[in-house]
Design a binder for this molecule. Structure first.
Ligand code: F6R
Ligand code: MG
Ligand code: MG
Length: 366
């Protein structure tokens, strides 16, 4: 048995209350009951929460990443919660379960997955970001800022433990390829790709000695299903302090409400709103897209927490600015750049509407 701890965050939308806005308490209770029953057999600890209409399973164990028992457990929880959602006739019951039956790993089956295995330090502060109404790729900008931008992370300059920089693993989610970049040396090369966050997604960040620092869920539902089935609503786990950015450096990128894709019908750009847990349910125009941050200290795999990291008046101004930006974009209605560009609309329901009109197009005279 390995002395390492694995932290697995596996999430899915298995039914919304009301509409796609939030999570019903009965689903959270069902998930807790299921994980509690499996705890002595499989888990060291767990925490269940919701972000918008997404059910988030945070689990610690010693079985490593991509473990079929852990993934099977998560799938079972999602199935049971789907049954509960059907009973209550919640909205979109079982939405993200794209496969009929579990086959060893939830990757590619609809749920989002962020997992890391590591040796727990003397003190192990972790921040888990969970978003709703946006897609994988939403973490590109904040992860770049945390681990490669000295204007965000003072430790890159001041702390001898971080001065060497970090290594980024980037996935091309359309080409099914990956590439690694060392920063700061290759930061311009990194930005060539991660600036196009719909296709190139930061999967993980490592210290230069190879130790895992951050991991995100990169599953893109539309690419898996080949059509619009709701948004990815990704998660991201970040280790903090010491050789990693301080908690405040990890949170600082969210003081700029950067524009992400998602929001209403997964078809609009909007600013990412950092909110406390109790505001995680999007309402205005099914949004704006939002993010919560759950802080934990690990104690031999036990999850001590969570602390609601965005529940701080220091983020009030950001929230105001985000709402101003959201307002400005909303006034564009169906016009770009609020609505996604045509190539991005390929996976929404818009092509069905366009199809109906295609016969009516006439050649220009002359
Ligand atoms: C976005 C989202 C919602 C729905 C919208 C329409 O990720 O989940 O904005 O796209 O509420 O939902 P349906 O098509 O289920 O009526
Ligand atoms: Mg939903
Ligand atoms: Mg969602």
């Amino acid at each position: 048995m390995s002395s390492k701890i694995t932290l697995s965050v596996i999430k899915a939308d298995v039914g919304g209350y009301v509409g796609h806005s939030a999570m019903h308490e009965a689903l959270l209770a069902e998930a807790r009951t299921c994980l509690d029953a499996a705890k002595s057999r499989l888990l060291i600890d767990f925490h269940v929460t919701g972000c918008g209409d997404d059910l988030e399973l945070i689990m610690t164990h010693d079985k490593g990443v991509d473990n079929s028992e852990i993934h099977g457990l998560a799938w079972k929880v999602f199935e049971n919660c789907t049954a509960k959602a059907r009973e209550l006739k919640l909205y979109g019951a079982g939405q993200d379960l794209l496969a009929d039956a579990f086959s060893g790993n939830v990757r590619g089956m609809g749920p989002g997955v962020a997992e890391m295995e590591f040796e727990e330090r003397t003190a192990e502060p972790i921040v888990i970001f969970m978003a709703d109404k946006t897609s994988a790729g939403a973490w590109n900008l904040p992860l770049y800022k945390m681990f490669a931008d000295p204007f965000n992370t003072a430790g890159l300059i001041i702390a001898p433990t971080m001065h060497d920089g970090f290594r980024f693993e980037v996935h091309d989610v359309k080409g099914h390829k990956r590439i690694f970049f060392d920063c700061p040396e290759e930061s311009y090369d990194l930005l060539v790709f991660i600036g196009a966050s719909g296709r190139y997604v930061i999967k993980a960040v490592y210290a230069k000695d190879g130790e895992i620092a951050a991991v995100s869920s990169t599953e893109r539902l539309a690419l898996i299903a080949g059509k619009y089935v709701g948004k990815d609503d990704p998660v991201c786990v970040v280790r903090s302090q010491g050789k990693f950015p301080a908690v405040g450096e990890v949170l600082e990128p969210f003081t700029m409400p950067h524009i992400v894709e998602g929001w209403m019908r997964g078809s609009h750009y909007g600013p990412l709103l950092p909110v406390p847990f109790h505001h995680s349910g999007p309402t205005r125009f099914d949004g704006p897209p939002r993010v919560i941050a759950a802080g934990f200290q690990l104690a031999n795999g036990s999850l001590v927490g969570p602390r609601d990291m965005f529940d701080d008046p220091a983020f009030d101004r950001v929230r105001e600015r985000t709402n101003d930006l959201a307002e400005q974009l909303r006034r564009h209605g169906p016009f770009e750049p609020h609505r996604l560009p045509m190539e991005e609309m390929e996976y929404t329901t818009l092509p069905q509407v366009m199809d109906k009109l295609k016969e009516r197009w006439e050649k220009l005279p002359g």
